[in-house]
Design a protein around this ligand. Sequence first.
Ligand code: 13P
Ligand code: SF4
Length: 339
Amino acid sequence: MVDKTIIKELIARSLVAAVFTSTLLPPKTELPSDLFGAIADLKRELNAVILAHYYQDADIQDIADYLGDSLGLSQEAAKTDADVIVFAGVHFMAETAKILNPNKLVLLPDLDAGCSLADSCPPDAFAAFKAKHPDHLVISYINCTADIKAMSDIICTSANAVKLVNQIPADRPIIFAPDRNLGKYVMAQTGRDMVLWQGSCMVHETFSEKKMVQLQIQHPQAETIAHPECEPAVLRHASYIGSTTALLNYIQQSSSQRFIVATEAGIIHQMAKVAPHKQFIPAPPLNNCACNECPHMRLNTLEKLYLCMKHRTPEITLPEATQQAALKPIQRMLEMSAR
Ligand code: 13P
Ligand code: SF4
């Protein structure tokens, strides 16, 4: 016989859970039947712009005013005249938009949409690392927190890292953070030695070299393309390496009809849209999980995007000193990238 006190305890717990859940989740009735139409109305009402990354769900990509890679999104954020920026991406991307627009309201549909790569570089540990190399210039990949940006000399993205490093005098030593894979790729492309912070992205490190080679044997006509956040063992099987926008441009220019795509699977929605007659095969992760989808990016949904615009929250806020210190290396990136 089951003890009655245990049953009572379980009922009490589930009631608490139900009450707790209902206070966290908005009531279903709050959602309009035509979400796309309601978002368009809110956009006009707020004079808002929706900026989205390619790793977002397909419906968010379809509703965005601007869709791009981290560089394009920063450039767009720097020049927008909208009053409100709705950022469908991860926290560091929205934070960059806020650093560039301290007086604008910057909304992120889910404030928990973080980034494993940004998390792999805690500010205290990075400050100690930097102190060990006082004469080094610090170039940080944009996938880092505002605190890391504030400690950096120049920010880069996967689209311009090689170009920017090539502009640094050859005798100037460089710290590159936080992505060791992008760092190694830049070292190979520029012939520069750099001190690397040992961070990485959980999504791009999940691709398996062995499974990739098996897929290439299965599809001998397919061309393999990859994002530079992948490990060197995966990158060496790719015939083209680039940022998400660069990959999207490449598949349109290439005469190949079939591609193995080693980056977050969300970009395939855009690839299929711009080249519907071509075939895109997502690169296989280590096991049969869906780990080629970024769990952080996917926290944002169309429903949350609507709700954040309706309630004007959650918004990105930053201490003024951090905002000002982080702005300089971002501006430097935008200037050097335009050269
Ligand atoms: P992009 O620079 O191509 O936008 O990549 C950003 C990113 O987070 C890749 O994981
Ligand atoms: Fe960060 Fe990786 Fe997700 Fe890009 S794919 S946002 S680097 S966790």
